[in-house]
Design a protein around this ligand. Structure first.
Ligand code: CTP
Length: 216
């Protein structure tokens, strides 16, 4: 109650030409559930989203498409935020050249699109962190805990939500999720399969236990 919470949701879209993009399977449902849980607890919530889901009541929704647009919107809200939860699936690469007209079929059987690295938004937030409590997500298909631990260190996180996106009832597009919370001190909490909104409430319970000066 009274905290400022910044949440990101959905998968970014990286334009190829005016009618096509490179995307991913993220639905945005986990991020929206997190925004709803935060606003229900009395937080002032900004949700930076690529998803076409209905805006939750009382949440300031900022719609974006690409990773770069998400980066701009997140950085604009970052300094004022107390808690930041980066649930969005951000494209690591974007087409180097965005065609200004629709790409037409050519005679060749193959087409090459050259990609270049996108900025890592969460890593940038971690490197300029002041008092924000920074929560990342790790979407993995294998070696879940090892990769999640690496991301805590590399991105200077206070907590990570580790998510095996291939498990039944977990990951992209589902109504439920199966996650583990991992912390920089090595501690962890494993949750059973729960509706995404229940995962969101467990997430804030865990954050509040660790947030300096917060009511538990
Ligand atoms: N993330 C981000 N900017 C990127 C890539 C990822 O902010 N360019 C954030 C995501 O929002 C998520 C976390 O970093 O909170 C981890 O994302 P994930 O896709 O699991 O991993 P990556 O860091 O991209 O690493 P890899 O692709 O090697 O698994």
């Amino acid at each position: 109650n009274g905290k400022r919470v910044l949440v990101t949701a959905g998968g970014t879209r990286e334009a190829i030409d005016p009618v096509r993009y490179i995307g991913n399977r993220s639905s945005g449902k986990m991020g929206y559930a997190i925004a709803e849980a935060a606003v229900a607890r009395g937080a002032a919530v900004t949700l930076v989203s690529t998803a076409a889901l209905p805006s939750p009541a009382g949440v300031n929704v900022v719609k974006v498409e690409s990773a770069e647009e998400m980066r701009q919107a997140v950085l604009a809200a970052y300094d004022a935020a107390d808690i930041v939860v980066k649930a969005a699936a951000v494209a690591d690469y974007r087409p180097t050249i965005v065609a200004d007209k629709k790409i037409k079929k050519a005679a060749e059987d193959s087409l090459t699109i050259v990609l270049q690295r996108n900025p890592d938004i969460l890593q940038e937030l971690g490197s300029r962190k002041k008092s924000q409590f920074l929560v990342g997500f790790a979407a993995e298909t294998h070696d879940l805990e090892a990769y999640a631990k690496e991301k805590i260190a590399k991105k200077n996180l206070d907590m990570i939500v580790a998510n095996d996106v291939t498990a039944a009832g977990a990951g992209f597009g589902t109504e439920t999720n199966i996650v583990k919370f991992l912390f920089p001190d090595g501690s962890k909490t494993e949750l059973s399969c729960l509706p995404k909104r229940a995962v969101a409430d467990k997430l804030f319970d865990a954050v509040l236990q660790r947030l300096p000066g917060a009511a538990k």
